[in-house]
Design a protein around this ligand. Structure first.
Ligand SMILES: Nc1ncnc2c1ncn2[C@@H]1O[C@H](COP(=O)(O)OP(=O)(O)OP(=O)(O)O)[C@@H](O)[C@H]1O
Length: 603
């Protein structure tokens, strides 16, 4: 059973090990590689010193026994001291260089991972495959990258030390040398078994551990607290969490018992075998009067066990690091979905903003259902166009394609008469803006919250512009009443934060969308959280943009929708009606049904 598992472990690790190590190596810069080289050379020197140390012990004791003159053994005492001291110095230098390298790699790799995440397209975060990889990369990856190389280095150094000791012992007695080398093996097998079992437990519990982490996160989340309290989910989640943890506890205690049994069996066999080797060496020494060699054997006994273990376990310990590093390597190795960049950078101050979808069809990656099926429509520049339809009909998908978060599978999208793929996204985003239904509540100052919507290449937005945006969304008076006005921190996570209501948060997000005075404004359910008065204010803000800004509005509120210049009705990924409110009430049964349903609900 164990053997089968161990071989599975090696199989599982061997292929990713070489791939992961080559990825890690390719990401390490020249100076870090030089540091690795220096550490490697010092490790080789330090690796052969234990042999010299054992030899010096033997020679020292022999010279004490054989020579009456202290000068005879003083030389060996000095040699012994120098060997011990040089090893001490080398080990400390290796440790220092290793620590510095760990810190540097941790920094480099953490920044590299963060940059990769920042650089990813929206669609990667909406794909469970990539999202899974993203979730598994944590801040400790850098330490494990060095750990991966360092474990290998330590194992090789331990092997060198063993060879050097072996070379010395062999000259004295091949039989005792063999006994000493073989003695630690059962103990190593025991440790290997315990480690592989621990690794296997960790590997198998990864999914449950993630679930436990998720439940814990829900229990700690301020946004989830109301629901968890109301639906008594806190109790349910706490029970699930503790049941997972109890299971882990049971496994860990079982592992501790297994470790004790292994130590008591194979581990004890090693101790007894070493003891046997020393007794045998003592007998030989007594018979042949080779006290120096006996001292060398005893000195070697204390070193050989840990060295065999380090060499043996070092190679298995690599898998522990591999578990972490492979997540990061998978991130590096992932070919995230990319949106091709267009070259057109256009006149930055030019107005416009007309949009056309021509026979656009689209499936989300990894699905076979058409989210949009042969969709065609056109939107005049400066107009307000509303999209309506039941949940899941494809309205948000139209917004995502228009903002180039995805590319259509078929058909083409034109902006100002030009295929959208020809526009550079930097250019497109410099004059378009959006307010999403899942807008972000940045727990930063009110100023930051609005300024985040202002293009960085235009510098910082002046206060007047920020106040204008607040005015447009009806928040000027509220902002004036805040303790530090624009500089007031928002949210509860940082000290001194002021918590806006959800509707205020949404209007702040609207101010952020408006601050750049966009030519194209996509509003994906912008009024979901606001009251009727605020909705009117928001709509007036949109209308005030009229002529200057093309507004694409997704909304379920017919009171808002009815004011749009044109309404496009979507059903099951297809356009089923286009026109003004009055026309659609006449001609489009689907629109009329939705309108009536909302009228009934509100009565
Ligand atoms: N990231 C995604 N991966 C796979 N399928 C998706 C994804 N996002 C949306 N879909 C699917 O695409 C279809 C259209 O979704 P979309 O979000 O565009 O609907 P919607 O009209 O905006 O709905 P709602 O009114 O609920 O916001 C739905 O069937 C939905 O399940």
């Amino acid at each position: 059973m164990e053997t089968e598992f161990e071989s599975r472990l090696l199989m599982r690790g061997a292929a990713p090990l070489s791939r992961t190590m080559s990825i890690a190596w390719s990401r390490i810069d020249g100076s870090a590689r030089r540091r690795f080289a220096v550490i490697g050379i010092l490790s080789i020197v330090s690796g052969v010193l234990p042999g010299a140390q054992v030899y010096a012990v033997g020679a020292l004791v022999s010279s004490v026994v054989d020579s009456a003159d202290y000068r005879g053994y003083l030389v060996w005492a000095i040699v012994f001291g120098v060997v011990v001291f040089v090893k001490y110095v080398l080990e400390n230098i290796i440790k220092f260089l290793g620590d510095v390298l760990t810190l540097r790699l941790s920094y480099d790799i953490e920044i590299d991972a963060v940059q990769r995440l920042g650089d990813m397209e929206v669609q990667n975060f909406e794909s469970s495959k990539t999202y899974d990889i993203i979730q598994r990369v944590d801040e400790s990856t850098g330490e494990h990258v060095y750990g991966l190389f360092d474990t290998l280095r330590s194992a090789i150094q331990a092997l060198l030390s063993l060879l050097s000791i072996c070379a010395v012992l062999w000259q004295w007695s091949p039989v005792i040398a063999s006994m000493l080398l073989v003695a630690p093996i059962p103990g190593c097998v025991a440790t290997f078994r315990v480690q592989t079992r621990a690794y296997d437990i960790e590997y198998k519990r990864a999914t449950k551990a993630r679930l436990a982490g998720y439940l814990r996160g829900l229990l700690m989340s301020d946004s989830a607290k109301k629901e968890t309290r109301l639906f008594r989910l806190d109790e349910l989640f706490t029970n699930s969490y503790s049941s997972i943890k109890k299971n882990f506890l049971r496994q860990d205690i079982g592992l501790a018992r297994f470790a004790l049994l292994q130590a008591g069996g194979l581990g004890a066999a090693s101790v007894l075998a070493s003891f046997g080797a020393v007794v045998y060496a003592a007998i030989i020494a007594g018979v042949h009067n080779r006290v120096g060699e006996l001292a060398g054997f005893i000195s070697a006994t204390t070193q050989v066990g840990p060295l065999v273990l380090a060499a043996f376990i070092g190679f298995t310990g690599i898998y522990q690091h591999l578990l972490y590093v492979s997540n990061w390597a998978a991130l590096v190795d992932t070919q995230p979905a990319r949106i091709a960049e267009g070259a057109f950078r256009g006149p930055s101050d030019g107005r416009g903003g007309s949009v056309e979808f021509r026979n656009v069809s689209f499936r989300y990656p990894g699905t076979d259902v058409l989210a949009l099926n042969d969709v065609s429509f056109s939107i005049d520049s400066g107009s307000i166009t509303a999209f309506v339809g039941i949940n899941g009909c494809g309205k948000s998908t139209i917004c995502k394609l228009l903002l180039r978060f995805y590319e259509p599978d078929e058909g083409e999208i034109f902006v100002d008469g030009r295929p959208i793929g020809e526009l550079s996204r930097e250019y497109l985003y410099s004059w378009s803006s959006a307010l999403f239904q899942d807008f972000v509540k940045y727990e930063r100052s009110l100023r930051d919250n609005i300024e985040y919507g202002y293009p960085r290449d235009r510098g910082t937005a002046d206060d007047e512009r920020l106040w204008d945006s607040l005015e447009a969304v009806g928040l000027r008076d509220w902002a004036m009443s805040l303790p530090e006005r624009l500089n007031t921190m928002l949210g509860r996570h940082f000290e001194g934060g002021h918590q806006p209501s959800i509707g205020q948060w949404q209007r702040i997000a609207a101010a952020r969308a408006l601050v750049k005075k966009p030519r194209l404004l996509v509003l994906d359910e912008p009024t979901a959280s606001v009251d009727a008065v605020s909705e009117k204010i928001l709509f007036e803000a949109m209308a005030a943009l009229g002529g200057e800004t093309t507004v694409v509005l997704v909304s379920h509120r017919f009171a808002t929708v009815a004011h749009a210049d044109r309404i496009i009705v979507i059903d099951d990924g297809a356009v089923v009606g286009v026109g003004g409110h009055a026309d659609l009430m006449e001609d489009c049964a689907h629109y009329r049904d939705m309108y009536d349903a909302q009228g009934l609900q509100s009565r």
